[in-house]
Design a protein around this ligand. Structure first.
Ligand code: KIV
Length: 320
């Protein structure tokens, strides 16, 4: 069970074939010694804090779950490119979401609907190349999983194989149950997403707070339970009342990660471009801006333009 619980680590430390041969052929003492050694190695490589370096190792689904169990909040941000992902990873972010919000902030579309699976894979590849600690979760884009579970599985497999990401996220509850089951059966970790699900924006008609009425809140509570039962490792709760987030987070063992869902979620996520003030006009109540990069980058650019025009850049020491 030890081995089955952390297959990713075992694959990197020893071969499955070797374990099977040992299980069948080796004397009991040898098997116990070998499994003990694997256990020791796993302890070093999967604990949130390494006993050896004191530094945090790669964040996995197990680490995320352990954070909820010990009451440590999970910090997640979006990333779509190598340079930003590198900065966020080095700064200690737990999860990087290659969100389909790339459709808005990278490509300039009004909604998340136009982005394609190929484009998501391109963004995910860039992020994965930058990251050494954070877990990388990739959104399945609109149209890549809703039709049926076979299409959903093939989309998820493409993301995992072609980008090297660690998990996928998809929107919805009971409506996408079959797709989630099928993806999980292939061994791909799935993060759910309930509440305001931007891929359904034309159905909702507005980006306002979801599940304020009891009927929708009840469905959300049931969907959260369902996603947990299916085997999702976490659920994003977007733009719902804080009290509902509290009830849901207390009713399930897996972590909830909120955006506009209040302080009771087990973790928080923001779109990085909003958090850093790269986007300008998006100002919902839940958004805390930590920088105003729109302004800062604008000032730097004006200075550069002026320096070039005035022939002050480059100077003598800035040329060969
Ligand atoms: O695509 C995205 O950025 C998201 C977050 C808002 C959770 O799904």
């Amino acid at each position: 069970s030890l081995v089955a619980a952390t297959p990713a680590v075992c694959v990197t430390t020893c071969s499955w074939d070797y374990i099977i041969v040992l299980n069948k052929a080796a004397p009991k003492e040898v098997r116990l010694f070998f499994l003990g050694a694997i256990h020791f190695f796993q302890t070093l490589t999967t604990l949130p804090m390494s006993a050896v370096t004191g530094e945090v190792k790669r964040v996995t689904t197990h680490v995320i779950q352990a954070m909820k169990s010990r009451g440590e909040k999970i910090a997640m941000l979006t990333a779509y490119d190598f340079s930003m992902a590198r900065m966020l990873d080095e700064a200690g972010i737990d999860i990087l979401l290659v969100g389909d919000s790339a459709s808005n902030v990278m490509a300039g579309h009004e909604t998340t609907l136009p982005i394609t699976l190929d484009q998501m894979i391109y963004h995910a590849q860039s992020v994965v190349r930058a990251v050494s600690r954070a877990m990388v979760v990739v959104d399945l884009p609109f149209g890549s999983y809703q039709a049926n579970s076979e299409i959903a599985l093939s989309s998820a497999i493409r993301i995992m194989k072609e980008s090297g990401a660690h998990a996928v996220k998809l929107e919805g509850g009971a409506e996408v149950e079959d797709s989630i089951k099928r993806i999980l059966m292939a061994g791909i970790p799935v993060m759910g997403h309930l509440g305001l699900t931007p891929q359904s924006i034309y159905k909702f008609g507005t980006y306002s707070v979801r599940a304020k009425e009891e009927e929708e809140a009840q469905k959300l509570r049931e969907d959260a339970k369902l996603l947990e039962a299916l085997g999702c490792f976490a659920i994003v709760l977007e733009k719902i009342p804080a009290t509902l987030t509290k009830t849901v987070s207390e009713s399930i063992e897996i972590p909830t990660i909120g955006i506009g869902a209040g302080k009771h979620a087990d973790g928080q996520v923001l779109v990085t471009h909003d958090m850093l003030g790269i986007t300008k006009d998006f100002k919902p109540r839940f958004l805390r801006r930590y920088l105003d990069l729109f302004e800062t980058i604008g000032l730097a650019t004006k200075q550069y333009v002026s320096d070039v025009k005035k022939k002050e850049f480059p100077n003598d020491s800035e040329q060969y």
